[in-house]
Design a protein. Structure first.
Length: 138
């Protein structure tokens, strides 16, 4: 009987000592910033028959993001049911993006560059711009 009790106590001690405590470490705060902008037909400007563009002012787009961070831009033409990451061709129109300090510019043009094709001015377009911090490695 003593041997059984000692055996069970030994197993219990081994079992308890084998457990490790895990410490919960919360995720760091997400430093990314997401901006949603709705573009109406009047926000677009025509540069040529087959090229239109829209400038979106964004004060938080600083030199830091241009030089070291990350900028991604996506476009929704279906009331935010889905997004296409730019560059993309949507409904036979080629969308590209350019950014500089303080501005994001979206271009829409005819992918065939046919001067006789007039790119229609889109309406009810939603743009998602994400500014992401990044560890810059030089």
């Amino acid at each position: 009987m003593k041997k059984t009790i000692l055996f069970l106590c030994g197993i219990l001690i081994i079992g308890i000592s084998a457990c490790t405590k895990t410490k919960y470490v919360p995720d760091p705060i997400n430093p990314n910033r997401t901006y949603i902008r709705s573009l109406a037909a009047g926000d677009w400007q025509r540069q040529s028959n087959n090229l239109i563009f829209c400038d979106i002012p964004l004060n938080d787009l600083t030199d830091y993001y241009i030089l070291e961070g990350n900028i991604s831009v996506a476009l929704s033409t279906d009331n935010e049911a889905s997004y296409d990451i730019l560059p993309a061709t949507i409904n036979a129109i080629s969308y590209t993006v350019n950014y500089t300090t303080g501005f994001v510019t979206i271009y829409a043009d005819d992918p065939l560059s046919d001067p006789d094709i007039q790119v229609p001015i889109p309406s009810n377009v939603v743009v998602k711009i994400v500014l992401s911090d990044s560890d810059f490695i030089n």
